[in-house]
Design a binder for this molecule. Structure first.
Ligand code: SDX
Length: 426
C-alpha cells in the first residue's frame, strides 16, 4: 500500500509519496516539490536530506549497526580480507575462489606505478602533506593511464588499477619524503603485506612480514571501506555527477576526507591525546573544555552525524589495539589516556545527553603508530581503506537511471536590486 505525506501551503493541499527502504527507513520523495508548490527545502549540512537510494551500505545510527551489502562489519572484520571486502562492495556479492584469485592477479599486475611519476613525488616540498600529494597524484594518474570506459571489463580494469596503485603511490610518497630508495611491489605478497613491505623494507633492516600485523591491517582497511553518504563519498558523487573521469572524482573524495571533522580526525585525535599527555594526562580538563560552547575545542574522535551510540568500528579498533600492541611489545601511553578519556566522557552528562561516543578515528591513530605509520600518513591510511567504497558509490551513481547533475538550490538573503554607483559618487 503506497504511503503519502500531505501538507497545506498557500491554501492548497499537496501530497508527496513516502519511500521505504529495505530496513524500513522512510523518506519523503520531494523530486516534484518545486514543480508542484514552488517551494524548495533548506537543510544546512544535509542533516535530514537523502541524496540517493543505495544498495551498498546500511547503517543504523541508533543501534550502532554497519553492514556492507547486507553483511555485518563484525563478520567481515573476523572472516574477510580487504581485497575480498573490496570485491563485495564493488560487485555486490562475495567472490568465488576463482573471482578472488582473478582480482588478486589483476591487483598484482597493476601494482607498479609509471617511473615518471616518481619525478612528481621528488618535486613536492619535503614537508608537503601526504593527503595533498595523494589527491594530486590520483588526479595525475589519468595522464598516465587514461580511464578505459568502452566495456565493462575495461571499466573494471581502470578501477582495479586505481585500487592497486593507490597503495604503491602512498608507500612511494613516504619513501621519497624520507629520501629513501623506493621499494617495489612484489608478486608473492598479498595486498596488505605488499603495502607494509613497500613502506618499511630497506637494505639495512629487511622488513619481516608478520601475519598478525597483516591481518590487523586487513581489518583496519575493512573497517574504513565504506560508510554510506559521508562527506567524502558525497564529494565523489557530486563531482562524479558532472560525468568527469573517475580519477578526478576520487581525488575530490581524498580532498574532502582530509579535513579534521572527517578523516583528518585520526590525526587530530593523536594531537589531542599528545597534548593531554604533555599537560600531565588531565583528561577531565579536556572533557570540560569540549563542553564549553564558547570554546571551539571539540573532543576529536568523539561524536558522529549518524551514530548516536558507540561506533561499531571503534569497538573493533579498540579490541584490535588491545591485541596488536602487546603482540608487538609496544606500550603506548596515549592508549591509557584514550581509555581514561573515554571512561570520563561516557559518564559525563553532556556527552550522554548529546549521544557522543568514540567514532572510528578515536583509537585508529594508536593502532597505526604501533605499525610504524607516521602521523602525517594516518589520513592517507583512511583514504586507502575508503577507496573501494568511493569506487562502489561512484559506479552506483553512474549506473543510476535517476542520477542527475548534482546542483543544490538556495534561499537568497542578500541585497535587493540596486543601481551601480560610479566611483566618484561612492
Ligand atoms: C568520520 O559521516 C561519516 O560517516 C564519517 C565517518 C566515515 O566513516 O566516513 O564516520 C568518518 O568523519 C568520523 C567523525 C570524525 N570527526 C571527529 O571525530 C571530529 C569531532 N566530532 C565532531 O566535530 C562532530 O561530532 C561531527 C562533526 C563528527 C558530527 O557533528 P554534527 O553531526 O555536525 O553535530 P554538531 O557539530 O551539530 O554537534 C551537535 C551537538 C553540538 O552541541 P549543541 O550546540 O547542540 O549543544 O553536539 C556537540 C556540538 O557542540 N558535539 C560535540 C562533539 N561533537 C558534537 N561536543 C564536544 N565534542 C565533540 N566531539
Amino acid at each position: 500500500m503506497s504511503e503519502y505525506v500531505k501538507f497545506e501551503f498557500d491554501g492548497q493541499l499537496y501530497e508527496f509519496p513516502i519511500i521505504t527502504g529495505t530496513e524500513g527507513e522512510k523518506a519523503i520523495d520531494i523530486a516534484a516539490l518545486r514543480k508542484k508548490t514552488g517551494l524548495i527545502t533548506l537543510d544546512p549540512g544535509f542533516v535530514n536530506t537523502g541524496s540517493c537510494e543505495s544498495q551498498i551500505t546500511f547503517m543504523d545510527g541508533e543501534k550502532g549497526v554497519l553492514r556492507y551489502r547486507g553483511i555485518s562489519i563484525e563478520e567481515l572484520a573476523e572472516h574477510s580480507t580487504f581485497v575480498e571486502t573490496s570485491y563485495l562492495l564493488m560487485n555486490g556479492e562475495l567472490p568465488t575462489l576463482e573471482e578472488l584469485t582473478n582480482i588478486r592477479v589483476q591487483l598484482n599486475d597493476q601494482s607498479l606505478v609509471h617511473e615518471d611519476m616518481q619525478i612528481f613525488f621528488q618535486n613536492f616540498p619535503r614537508g608537503a602533506s601526504p593527503m595533498g600529494i595523494l589527491s594530486a597524484m590520483v588526479n595525475a594518474l589519468r595522464s598516465f593511464y587514461p580511464e578505459l570506459t568502452h566495456t565493462e571489463e575495461a571499466i573494471n580494469k581502470t578501477l582495479l588499477r586505481l585500487l592497486s596503485k593507490i597503495r604503491t603511490m602512498a608507500a612511494m610518497s613516504y619513501k621519497i619524503s624520507r629520501g629513501h630508495k623506493v621499494v617495489y611491489p612484489r608478486a608473492d605478497l598479498t595486498y596488505c603485506a605488499n603495502f607494509l613491505n613497500m613502506m618499511f623494507d630497506n637494505p639495512v633492516n629487511p622488513y619481516e612480514i608478520d601475519k598478525d600485523v597483516v591481518k590487523a591491517l586487513n581489518v583496519f582497511w575493512i573497517l574504513h571501506a565504506d560508510h554510506e553518504q559521508n562527506c567524502s563519498t558525497a564529494a565523489v558523487r557530486v563531482v562524479g555527477s558532472g560525468r568527469v573521469n573517475v580519477y578526478a572524482a576520487i581525488s575530490a573524495g581524498i580532498a574532502a576526507l582530509w579535513g579534521p571533522l572527517h578523516g583528518g580526525a585520526n590525526i587530530a585525535v593523536f594531537e589531542m591525546l599528545s597534548e593531554i599527555a604533555k599537560n600531565g594526562g588531565d583528561v577531565k580538563y579536556a572533557v570540560e573544555k569540549a563542553k564549553d560552547r564558547d570554546d571551539p575545542f571539540r573532543l576529536m574522535g568523539f561524536g558522529h552525524r549518524v551514530y548516536k551510540t558507540y561506533d561499531p568500528r571503534a569497538k573493533i579498533m579498540k579490541e584490535m589495539v588491545d591485541t596488536v600492541l602487546p603482540k608487538l611489545n609496544i606500550e603506548d601511553p596515549l592508549l591509557d589516556i584514550a581509555k581514561k578519556l573515554e571512561e570520563v566522557a561516557l559518564k559525563d552528562e553532556y556527552f550522554i545527553d548529546h549521544n557522543l561516543y568514540p567514532n572510528v578515528d578515536f583509537y585508529s591513530g594508536i593502532f597505526l603508530r604501533a605499525l610504524g605509520i607516521p602521523v602525517n600518513m594516518f589520513t592517507v591510511m583512511f583514504a586507502i581503506g575508503r577507496l573501494p567504497g568511493w569506487i562502489a558509490q561512484w559506479r552506483e551513481s553512474m549506473d543510476d537511471p535517476h542520477w542527475k547533475l548534482n546542483r543544490p538550490r538556495q534561499i537568497y538573503i542578500g541585497p535587493k536590486q540596486r543601481k551601480y554607483i560610479p566611483m566618484d559618487k561612492r
